[in-house]
Design a protein around this ligand. Structure first.
Ligand code: SF4
Ligand code: MG
Length: 321
């Protein structure tokens, strides 16, 4: 709720703080148990930072995070350590996130050790079982990360995230680094695991194409702000925010049911997050920009049941209704 994460910028020879990047700037949303919430936006929009703040891997500047009605932003470090095993992250680049000097067994054992599974034999058994669950073989336990393909490494990353039987998984572009042919396999694995382990997913991606078929709801971020959030079908069929409309128009394989809207194809560069435009941060690229958009930040509000938008087009409509 009202989550903010600002990073200081230091400059000059004195290395004084000269500004800040509002990586996440007042973001509020809920994730329901058992669902997949897609979180989409161009690079630099704050989606990964949001994920890391949610897991408390980095501390928020402001705002509150509730996990099963407990405020995890106000509990102690010790309590958070307990909670941490219920929330895990899957990384974009499985290779960078796996220690090259450790065997798969050691990599998968580590979260168990951190969370107090003392018995070595028991840990070994748990690792073996988890390898099978993610579609690898038990003999893989003795191998090192470089001996695997990209897809297999992501399976190891997924196995590691599952070792502590988390409830919530934040998957940060888990298939972006993989070949298209492998992407579908990993997405299917994630879907199957969701069912068998009763998982809730926040699935971060940079385009709307990837999350379409796995998300129950999708949120779209732009320059640190959530601009639209809706159930998937609604978002893809009736996007309300001009930015979402542009993103959909630039999805590589357009949905034939959505008429091509050439004028909506995203133009211009994304402004720097350290110096975002006043008012609506999207106004410099928005084909529907109005006077008010350059000075006043639109409120993020529910404009239809379960459909949230931050755009003056709909604020006005509300006011005139
Ligand atoms: Fe475009 Fe204005 Fe809506 Fe921003 S608030 S998306 S500039 S119409
Ligand atoms: Mg990222």
């Amino acid at each position: 709720q009202h989550l903010k994460k600002y990073f200081p910028i230091y400059g000059g020879i004195l290395k004084r703080q000269t500004g800040e990047v509002k990586a996440v700037d007042d973001v509020t949303f809920s994730v329901y148990k058992g669902e997949t919430l897609g979180l989409v936006g161009e690079s630099g929009c704050g989606k990964s930072t949001t994920g890391r703040v949610l897991l408390q891997l980095i501390e928020q500047t402001d705002g509150e995070i509730l996990f099963e009605n407990t405020s995890i932003t106000s509990i102690s470090k010790k309590e958070m350590k307990q909670r941490r095993k219920e929330m895990q992250l899957i990384f974009q680049d499985p290779y960078a996130s796996l220690n090259p000097r450790h065997t798969v067994e050691k990599i998968l054992e580590e979260p168990l050790i951190v969370h107090g599974v003392q018995n070595k034999a028991q840990r070994k058994k748990m690792v073996q079982d988890m390898l099978t669950v993610v579609g690898l073989d038990s003999y893989h336990a003795k191998r090192y990360p470089h001996q695997f393909s990209g897809g297999q490494r992501q399976r190891i990353g997924i196995a590691r995230a599952l070792m502590t039987h988390p409830k919530l998984i934040i998957a940060d572009e888990p298939v972006s680094a993989l070949d298209v042919s492998i992407q579908a396999q990993v997405l299917n694995l994630l879907k199957d695991l969701q069912k068998s382990f009763d998982l809730t997913y926040i699935f971060i991606a940079h385009d709307l194409g990837v999350v379409r078929h796995i998300s129950d709801r999708v949120g779209v971020m732009y320059l640190g702000r959530l601009v639209e959030l809706a159930p998937s079908t609604t978002l893809y069929e009736e996007p309300l925010h001009p930015y979402t409309q542009s993103l959909l128009a630039s999805v590589p394989i357009p949905d034939p049911t959505i008429p091509a809207q050439d004028e909506n194809i995203l133009s211009g560069e994304m402004p720097s997050p350290s110096n975002p435009p006043q008012g609506c941060a999207f106004h410099t690229r928005c084909p529907s920009c109005m006077d008010i958009c350059t000075s006043s930040r639109p409120t993020y509000q529910e404009v239809k049941p379960d459909h949230y938008v931050a755009c003056h087009l709909y604020n006005e409509r509300e006011a005139h209704a």
